[in-house]
Design a protein around this ligand. Structure first.
Ligand code: HSE
Length: 340
């Protein structure tokens, strides 16, 4: 499978590390063999070599020098859209930064790839939250696969699980903790750390979004809620049509007061069906300590899915991180390769 990385930051590098680490396992167990023919990154620079790029060297250069230069192979001078247009590839791995307001530049990358019949695997929330229905049609019209498991809860199975394993069920509500950064901050604040220090640490750990404030204002959770509303409930609204509040108004005192009264602040995202209408919201809630969501700490995410067949199922797992999100791309890549 000929792969192109569009975006080679934390998430792209997370996948690259897994591809190297598991190369033999993937080939032996799944018959999955790959060749990386292009890497396009706005900060690191770009390489394109149909003969294959040495991924190990590219990874080392990305962290050592912050540049992908001609010592690694032919440098590609044009932009990502041109690389996708020019390339003889099978799969585009779209892992550029999320812009929930415009969905760009990722939406242009994905449109270009799907129009050409290239499969796309992405972790980018913007295109899904804003243009899901259009992109799915485009993929179908061009016989391309379009997978996006990592957009919600990183590699923890959620979207593929709902779409495949819960097929035939009617989903009534999905509710939970969908943003790792804010959950990490709230957890650290309860332990006495200041808001600013906790935010800085979340950024250092690679949980936070590239766009400042997207986490703490609730926008990242809003993007995920909108993706769930579109993918699972068939909704059509844009993210900012739903009510959204972040955690910036929650003081250390409020966190301590909630704790003293047997509760814990959590940023809760939810989507539900009400009288044939799909509703969604993001906002802080004081969750009772007896409720399972109150025990979900750090960057961990959790969602409860309520369906007509199974009642409530709760999934708890990593919601952010280099390896965790990189894994979502790997899982989708194997699905593109036809591995069940
Ligand atoms: N900034 C996001 C979070 C990353 O903190 O959950 C995963 O989407």
């Amino acid at each position: 499978m000929r792969l192109i990385f569009i975006g080679f930051g934390t998430v792209g590098q997370g996948l690259a590390e897994l591809l190297l680490e598991k190369k033999n396992h993937l080939a032996e167990k799944y018959g999955f063999k790959y060749k990386v023919i292009g890497i396009s990154d706005i900060n690191l620079g770009s390489l394109y070599d149909p003969g294959g790029i040495n991924l190990e060297k590219a990874l080392k250069a990305a962290s050592a020098t912050g540049k992908l230069d001609s010592s690694l192979g032919p440098v590609y001078e044009k932009d990502a859209v041109r690389m996708i247009q020019d390339a003889e590839a099978d799969v585009i791995l779209e892992a550029t930064y999320t812009d929930i307001k415009t969905g760009e530049p990722a939406t242009s990358h994905i449109r270009t790839a799907l129009s050409k019949g290239l499969h796309v695997v992405t972790t980018n929330k913007g295109p899904l939250a804003l243009h899901y229905h259009e992109l799915v049609r485009l993929a179908e019209d061009n016989n391309a696969k379009f997978l996006f498991e990592g957009t919600v809860m990183s590699g923890t199975p959620l979207l593929n699980l709902i779409r495949e394993t819960l097929a035939g069920s009617s989903i009534q509500e999905i509710k939970g903790i969908l943003n790792g950064t804010t959950n990490y901050i709230l957890t650290q604040m309860e332990a006495g750390m200041s808001y600013d220090t906790a935010l800085k640490k979340a950024q250092e750990l690679g949980y936070a979004e590239a766009v400042p404030d997207a986490d703490v204002l609730g926008w990242d959770a809003l993007a995920k809620v909108s993706i769930l509303a579109k993918v699972v409930f068939g909704a059509n609204k844009d993210p900012f049509e739903y009510p959204c509040e972040g955690i910036t108004g929650i003081s250390a005192e409020a966190v301590a007061d909630a704790r003293a009264s047997g509760k814990r602040y959590k940023l809760i995202g939810k989507v539900w069906r009400e009288a044939n209408e799909v509703k969604a919201s993001v906002g802080p809630e004081k969750v009772d300590l007896s409720h399972p969501l109150s025990g979900v700490t750090g960057a961990t995410n959790a969602v409860s899915i309520c369906s007509d067949t199974l009642g409530e199922i709760t999934i708890v797992g990593p919601g952010a991180g280099k390896r965790e999100t990189g894994f979502s791309l790997l899982a989708d890549l194997l699905k593109v390769g036809g591995i069940k």
